[in-house]
Ligand binder design. Structure first.
Ligand SMILES: [Zn+2]
Length: 113
């Protein structure tokens, strides 16, 4: 399950980064953490391995911080940063359920602690 989630997140992030590089290179909407990635990328189309390496470097340096509960770095639907997610918790003395939701598109997911 976690591999699937990470694969989806990484895949989505890569396609998002590639989209920004090739179609919106001059956009001011690129987040600070991605600007550094975009500047490091070669002029030719980067391989998936190169993108993964850059992504891992950004994780190592803390430029990208995955959501600690779900592991997402961005909303799976609208790609808003995970730092925008809203938390709600429910439960009793035995169970706690945390619901994470995206305020931009309404996407949500939950985990039980
Ligand atoms: Zn969203």
């Amino acid at each position: 399950m976690i591999e699937l989630v990470l694969g989806t997140v990484i895949g989505g992030t890569i396609s998002w980064v590639v989209t920004h590089i090739y179609y919106q290179k001059s956009s001011n909407e690129i987040p600070d953490w991605a600007k550094q990635l975009v500047e490091k990328l070669p002029q030719s189309k980067p391989s998936e391995a190169e993108l993964l390496e850059l992504f891992q470097q950004a994780l190592n340096t803390g430029e990208i911080v995955p959501d600690p509960l779900l592991g997402h770095v961005a909303c799976p639907d609208c790609k808003a940063p995970a730092s925008d997610f809203k938390d709600k918790s429910f439960g009793d003395e035995y169970h706690t359920i945390i619901v994470k939701s995206c305020p931009h598109c309404g996407w949500n997911d939950h985990a039980e602690l």
